[in-house]
Design a protein around this ligand. Structure first.
Ligand SMILES: NC(=O)c1ccc[n+]([C@@H]2O[C@H](COP(=O)([O-])OP(=O)(O)OC[C@H]3O[C@@H](n4cnc5c(N)ncnc54)[C@H](OP(=O)(O)O)[C@@H]3O)[C@@H](O)[C@H]2O)c1
Length: 431
């Protein structure tokens, strides 16, 4: 299999859409520079697509395109396989076949890894070949390799990320232009930053899949997408964002992975982040991942989380690594994966922000404060503003248990003088 300084490493590419076509172009542009720098020469030897007649931004010699992806993964002439089809099947079966045939695989497929990742990692370990997936989380940002290698000796406490560009764009527009959620979403759709059906992004499913992968890599534990507590941003109002700003916070959709005692907490939800926190400065469709560890302290990685060319850049990095390792007969050590209890959201603690619309009469504040107190939730700040016959109360709590805060919400809903209970937001990075 040694290809260093020899014949080119033959790449079998599964999928030639946004990422696949950008990868072909990058390899074309960079092949000489890569060969000079790494002694690896890459050649895209065969490419599987769904509709070969489709117009593409890249041209292929006759015989390279095929609809028979299985024939690529079992082709003895193919050295490395890149999967950029997406979805569960046929990607899962194709990757398994490639690994079983002894070929390293590079994939950008977060959905697959977050759902059946352990099966694929086991197949890679059994076959003694690599499965690399840098592009699956936070697109172009090098995150997986830093977590697995540069920070291998670090005792990590928490990894928090803005890992979905669509929702960060929407929240940026709501913050900076006062747009409603619907207006900001429509703009994201016009710009091609959001799908026609935006559910996976705005309801946090995409970020949830990435959180599961980050948890597995950062803490070496088995976490699947279904383990991740998830809330999206569709119920955030422009008013919530304006209140947050007034109080010195911005609202971000965060994927948060924490190690607490010997347990792991994994969640995705909108959160209020202090304006002076590094994550608060991440605007538009950019992504960033903030890492906290014992020795390293605080670390932030920032960049493009999506887009064909940025994502292809991360895929290409993996591909060069896999090809170079083939030449050397080595491979990156696979993650050791253990089992750990996933701590449910009920048992986590945080500060909270809550706004209420209440009747504007004497005794109301005391009644409301009594509900917080009855459930052991201590109020840090309270503000009141008049709304005609009503008043709006805005609270930030001290750190409280989620279970107690939910009981408080329940109690507030039941209170006669409370007309509307607004969005509950967790405050992160403050206390
Ligand atoms: N786009 C991004 O910004 C981004 C960022 C991070 C990760 N990713 C991940 O990268 C992967 C690819 O995304 P993408 O945006 O490039 O997707 P895409 O544009 O939809 O491309 C998918 C490709 O797969 C091909 N395909 C579909 N079914 C196939 C089959 N049965 N056999 C062979 N080929 C098949 C399609 O063929 P046709 O061209 O003939 O239709 C197309 O070329 C996904 O896992 C995605 O989550 C994407």
């Amino acid at each position: 299999m040694g290809r260093v300084n020899g014949s080119p490493v033959k790449v079998g590419l599964l999928g030639c859409g946004n990422v696949g076509a950008a990868l072909v172009r990058l390899i074309d542009e960079q092949a000489d520079a890569i060969a000079a720098r790494t002694a690896v020469r890459l050649e895209v030897a065969r490419v599987a697509v769904h509709s070969p007649a489709k117009e593409r931004p890249v041209d292929f010699e006759p015989g390279i395109l095929t609809t028979d992806a299985e024939s690529i993964v079992t082709d003895p002439a193919i050295d490395v396989v890149v999967e950029v089809i997406g979805g569960i099947e046929p990607a899962r079966t194709l990757i398994r076949s490639a690994l079983e045939a002894g070929k390293p695989v590079v994939t950008a497929n977060k959905e697959l890894l977050a759902n059946v990742g352990s099966e694929l990692h086991d197949a890679a370990a059994d076959a003694g070949v690599e499965l690399l997936f840098e592009a699956a989380v936070a697109g172009a940002i090098p995150l997986i390799r830093p977590l697995r290698q540069s920070l291998a000796g670090e005792r990590l406490r928490r990894v928090m990320g803005i890992v979905n560009g669509t929702t960060n764009f929407i929240l940026t527009r709501m913050t900076e232009r006062g747009s409603s959620f619907q207006e900001a979403l429509a703009e994201a759709q016009t710009l091609g930053l959001a799908e026609r059906d935006p559910t996976a992004d705005v309801e946090g499913f995409d970020a949830g899949a990435k959180a599961a992968i980050i948890a597995s890599v950062a803490f070496g534990v088995r976490v699947v997408a279904g383990d991740v507590y998830r809330e999206g941003i569709s119920s955030i109002t422009a008013a919530d964002i304006a209140f947050a700003r007034r109080l010195g916070y911005v609202v971000k959709l965060l994927a948060i992975v924490e190690s607490i005692d010997d347990e792991i907490a994994v969640r995705v939800h909108p959160a209020m982040v202090p304006v002076d926190h590094p994550l608060a400065t991440v605007r538009e469709s950019f992504n960033a991942v903030f890492i906290e560890g014992d020795a390293v302290g605080e670390l932030m990685l920032y960049g493009r989380g999506a887009g064909g060319r940025p994502t292809a850049s991360a895929v290409l990095g993996d591909l060069i690594d896999a090809a170079a390792n083939l030449g050397r007969g080595t491979r990156t050590a696979p993650n050791e994966i253990a089992k750990a209890r996933i701590r449910p959201i009920d048992e986590l603690s945080s500060q909270y922000y809550l706004n209420l619309e209440v009747a504007d009469r004497p005794g109301v504040l005391a009644a409301v404060a009594g509900v917080f107190g009855a459930h052991d939730v201590s109020i840090k700040t309270a503000e009141q503003e008049g709304l005609g016959d009503e008043a709006r109360l805005i609270f930030i709590t001290h750190t409280a248990r989620e279970r107690d805060m939910q009981a408080t919400l329940h109690g507030l809903h039941a209170l006669d003088v409370v007309d509307r209970v607004g969005t509950l937001l967790r405050v992160i990075g403050g206390e």
